[in-house]
Design a protein. Sequence first.
Length: 79
Amino acid sequence: GRVSLFRFVPLPGTEVYANALLHGIRGTHQQPGWDGDWSKFHIHHNTRRWWGDDETWAETERSYAELRRFVEDEWGPQG
């Protein structure tokens, strides 16, 4: 078996992306200051902070690392 873990990405065409301000999402093409970089909307190797403050982001990163350790301890490296 294989388990895949991906960090959240507000993919264009989704409800979250379409309503970014409602969900507190930053960095979409609908917002001022967008850099035009569509490549950041990729689920693999994504470390971009899309929402929240520093404390929320730190907790998200800790939780992701804990979950990844558990998955890899149980099923081996996932890639």
